[in-house]
Structures are given as structure tokens and as C-alpha cells.
Design a protein around this ligand. Structure first.
Ligand SMILES: [Zn+2]
Length: 102
């Protein structure tokens, strides 16, 4: 079901109060650190891209109207953890590379 489009009052750092259609905004929810969540829009007055913080109260108000994406501040490590052998091998490879003649 598509989101309802509503006008949202917000602010541009250069233009002050502006009215932006909700479908012209993006809510970016940071899954591992909600304090880094933000919403963004293109200012209808100056045309600049604006990012604004999206604390819980703001997220709760706009999430039903603004297309939302989720992101993670920290990359999720994949694969096994590094071992001492990995570090030694890495050091040897760097040494071999720096000693190589072009
Ligand atoms: Zn502006």
C-alpha cells in the first residue's frame, strides 16, 4: 500500500520554515544507533539537499508518510576473526611487496 502524501513543515538552514511533500523526503533510520537517524529533502526554496536529525519523536510522526530506508553506522563484520597468523602473513606480504623491484 503506497504511503499517503502529506505536506510536512520543516526547516532549511538557509531558508527557515519550508513546506515539503512527504513523498519528496527520505527517512534514514540507523538500525544500530538510532541517534544517527535523519531525514533528508531538497529545499523547495533554495534547491539544496538538507539533512535533519530524526530523533524518536520526529521518526514516530513521519514514518507513516515518508519513504524509509534502514542503514547501519558500523559495517557488520563477516567471516572469521583475524588471528595472529593472519597478521604475520599480512606483514610478510607487505614486506615482500615493498621489496619487489618494479
Ligand atoms: Zn533552503
Amino acid at each position: 500500500m503506497p504511503l499517503a502524501t502529506v505536506p510536512i513543515h520543516t526547516t532549511c538552514p538557509d531558508c527557515g520554515n519550508v513546506l515539503v511533500r512527504s513523498d519528496m523526503m527520505r527517512l534514514m533510520v540507523c538500525d544500530d544507533d538510532l541517534d544517527q537517524s535523519f531525514f533528508s529533502f531538497t529545499c523547495p526554496k533554495c534547491g539544496k539537499r538538507v539533512n535533519r536529525p530524526a530523533p524518536t519523536d520526529v521518526r514516530d510522526k513521519i514514518v507513516a508518510f515518508v519513504p524509509t530506508r534502514h542503514w547501519q553506522a558500523r559495517p557488520v563484520p563477516t567471516g572469521p576473526p583475524l588471528t595472529d597468523d593472519d597478521l604475520i602473513r599480512f606483514g610478510l606480504e607487505i614486506e615482500a611487496t615493498s621489496n619487489a623491484t618494479p
